[in-house]
Write a protein of this length. Structure first.
Length: 193
């Protein structure tokens, strides 16, 4: 038996159900913050990950690798691939109606990912224990049933709004407090947006 790690759910963890107000499968989740490098339309060179609600507590995301994402000639940078997984795994928060930040993230790179290819990422929540969210993801090349290129496992930790207000640079925090529409995920959790 393998040793437990910080990615091993503890015995008290439960398999979660989607929040009653979670988006239905297939719903486009959109960018959670316009300047987010993972999903924001305004982030120069960003990944512009597109994410949809999946079945149960899962999401499906797509990321097309451009020339701005190279680590070697014509190949995606592994760190940026990890960023795509961080983003997709974070979007699981939409299904649980919580905002969570990455505590621990591991990535296994199985195949090179060429520029121009699209990574189809399926991310799902395995277990929740209090604020801790244990999730996994798999990324396939150029089709939802394509060959596996990257796999990831993560522990996210639910946080309140104060995490961002207290820790973010004042300039950007003030900008979004003045215009809450810039934080789309905050709007998504309101009862009457
Ligand atoms: C719906 C919206 C879509 C959003 C998509 C976003 C995608 C992008 C996501 C990101 O990239 S977030 C940015 C990267 N992550 C960070 O900046 C987080 C930095 N770390 C922290 O702020 C704090 O360490 C953290 C909030 C994670 C935890 O601090 P806390 O003081 O709130 O909690 P605490 O340290 O008590 O930990 C709570 C539990 O989590 C566990 N834990 C925390 N960090 C851990 C870690 N790294 N590894 C293992 N376990 C960890 C910790 O042991 C503890 O377990 P127990 O409840 O069993 O005692």
């Amino acid at each position: 038996m393998s040793r437990p790690t910080s990615l091993t759910p503890p015995p008290e963890a439960v398999v979660p159900q989607p929040h009653p107000d979670a988006p239905s499968p297939g719903t486009e989740l959109g960018e959670h913050y316009s300047d987010c490098f993972g999903c924001g339309e305004a982030a120069p060179g960003g990944l512009r990950l597109r994410t949809r609600a999946g079945e149960g507590v899962s999401v499906d995301a797509e990321f097309t690798v451009t020339a701005q994402h190279q680590g070697a000639p014509g190949l995606a940078h592994g760190g940026l691939l990890t960023c795509a997984f961080d983003e997709a795994l974070g979007a699981i928060g939409y299904m649980l109606h919580t905002t969570a930040v990455t505590g621990h993230l591991e990535t296994d790179f199985r195949r090179p990912v060429p520029v121009g290819s699209t990574l189809y990422i399926h991310a799902w929540c395995e277990a929740v224990a209090g604020r801790k969210i244990y999730s996994r993801a798999v990324g396939r090349l150029d089709a939802a049933d394509g060959p596996i290129a990257v796999e990831a496992a993560a522990l996210f930790v639910s946080v309140g709004l104060e995490h961002f207000v207290d820790n973010g640079r004042a300039e950007e925090v003030r900008r979004v407090l003045d215009n809450p529409d810039l934080i789309k995920s905050g709007r998504a959790f309101e009862v009457n947006p």
